[in-house]
Ligand binder design. Structure first.
Ligand SMILES: *Cc1c(COP(=O)(O)O)cnc(C)c1O
Length: 469
């Protein structure tokens, strides 16, 4: 399997080569030359596999430059049930009617990002060891991504993590989760500013090409192809759990921000998985919902991005969307590059002439939720079923309900557990979310964090004195 850039300016490369890079050299994103096809006989033969075995089958199609026996070790380590609360991998949890949750948030940081990050941590260490090199991951987080990355990379050989987070802007649970890590290769930098300041500092340092190459800077952000590939696995897994016979269709509903999670669903569908609808759910930051409704994609500035009760979806420029649009324009890199050039000059592009294809060809439909909708959904699901869902998952459940069809299971991806967002849970049902037993001591653990000014030079000096090369 080889990878090309959505904008056409990259020689085809293998998985390990694109793993450690961010954007392709032409500013595009790496994408498989062709989507592999899984026929129904193969699909049926996967019904009895454990999660890590299914991950091996699917990832070995995308990763052809790592020997299968080695890849088997990496998937077994990443998807060891002991790392996942309850010890059951990705359970399907029936909610009501045809709606079930896909339990993706049992991992170490209680959000679906663990599913991909745990594999990324394994494969990073493997490739870096093979190549005898090191990497210094520099990132900014407002919550879920940073903690999932730290838990996946802690103690890994050849990797150092410098994670910037906004001082005083994270929930107590999120702080305790990240800052209690004592591993020598994890550096929590609490920056006196907001998330955008953190992001700007990362961009400034990663954009300083001398600094970047001298200190082997890398990233684990949501455009990383290994993360997308690892996410494809659970769409297959959920389909195998929800169906009994070949060709049976299911729909998926996905609370979306950067379009990474639902992109993996799109790829699974392109590979032949019988998916009827891909229901894209947004919060008040509805740039993507607007696109699927109107055909016009118009990202917004950070000043025009609301802070909502589903903060991990407060995104108005979806970094993975380019990979879907690549397919939409018939995988024509020139057409794709022209659209992104237009985004740069006029701030939007208009694909309303392709609107019929969104649903007919690709199965995409979309909806949005408000804060009041999410509170009401959390409350009613809790009352009717006893199940407590987090505000992101509530967004998915609310929008999914609009698209349920007779006889078609509707699988809502559970993107976080409620304990992570207890304030909103308390607002919805008048009591906080229970904290899983193994995390109850978290708040009392000592924390390791450096508080620094929102100043590029301070962060630069910190990296220089703590990085490994
Ligand atoms: C990251 C995240 C999302 C959004 O996922 P994308 O891949 O960015 O679309 C939704 N919910 C939670 C809890 C998340 O952490």
């Amino acid at each position: 399997m080889r990878y090309v850039s959505t904008r056409g300016g990259m020689q085809p490369q293998e998985f390990a080569d694109i793993l450690l890079e961010g954007l392709a050299p032409d500013g595009g994103l790496a994408i498989p030359e062709h989507y592999p096809q899984i026929d129904s006989t193969t699909l049926e033969s996967w019904r009895k596999l454990e999660y890590h075995e299914l991950a091996l089958e699917i990832l070995s199609i995308f990763v052809t430059d790592i020997p299968r026996a080695d890849l088997a070790k990496l998937t077994a380590a990443a998807y060891n049930p002991a790392l996942y609360d309850g010890g059951v991998m990705v359970p399907l949890k029936p909610l009501k009617g045809q709606i079930s949750l896909v339990g993706l948030s049992q991992g170490p940081t209680l959000a679906f990002k663990d599913m991909a990050m745990q594999f990324l941590g394994q494969v990073f260490e493997y490739v870096l060891t093979q190549r005898g090199t090191t990497i210094n991951i520099l990132g900014a987080t407002s919550g879920d991504t940073g903690s999932a990355a730290e838990y996946a990379l802690k103690g890994k050989k050849g990797v150092n993590v410098f994670m910037l987070s906004p001082f005083g802007r994270m929930s107590e649970f999120q702080r305790a989760q990240m800052y209690s890590l004592q591993d020598a290769n994890i550096h929590n930098l609490s920056v006196k500013g907001v998330f955008d300041d953190c992001q700007d500092i990362v961009k400034a340092l990663a954009g300083d090409l001398d600094f970047k190459s001298r200190w082997h800077l890398g990233a684990v952000n949501s455009i990383n192809w290994a993360r997308i590939a690892a996410q494809v696995v659970y769409y297959f897994w959920a389909w195998l759990r929800a169906t009994e016979k070949p060709g049976q269709q299911v729909s998926f509903a996905v609370p979306s921000g950067n379009f990474g999670n639902i992109l993996a669903g799109h790829i699974a569908r392109q590979m032949g998985l019988p998916v009827r609808k891909l229901v894209l759910a947004t919060n008040e930051n509805n740039v993507l919902e607007e696109f699927f409704r109107t055909g016009v994609y118009k990202p917004r500035s950070s000043e025009n991005t609301y802070a909502t009760s589903s903060p991990s979806m407060d995104i108005s420029k979806a970094s993975n969307f380019e990979r879907f649009v690549f397919d939409l324009v018939g995988r024509d890199p020139k057409a794709l590059a022209a659209l992104w050039a237009q985004l740069g000059t006029q701030g939007y592009f208009d694909l309303s002439d392709k609107k019929a294809e969104f649903e007919n060809t690709y199965g995409f439909v979309a909806g949005t939720s408000s804060h009041a909708d999410r509170l009401e959904t959390i409350r009613s699901v809790h009352q009717e079923t006893g199940v407590l869902i987090d505000p992101h998952t509530a967004d998915g459940v609310k929008v999914a309900a609009q698209f349920v069809e007779e006889g078609i299971p509707m699988l809502v991806l559970e993107t976080a557990l409620p304990a992570k967002f207890s304030e909103t849970i308390e607002e919805a049902i008048g009591q906080p979310a229970p904290v899983p037993a193994h995390l109850q001591h978290l708040a009392s653990l000592p924390q390791k964090v450096e508080v620094l000014d929102a100043d590029v030079e301070q962060i630069r000096r910190y990296v220089e004195t703590h990085a490994a090369i």
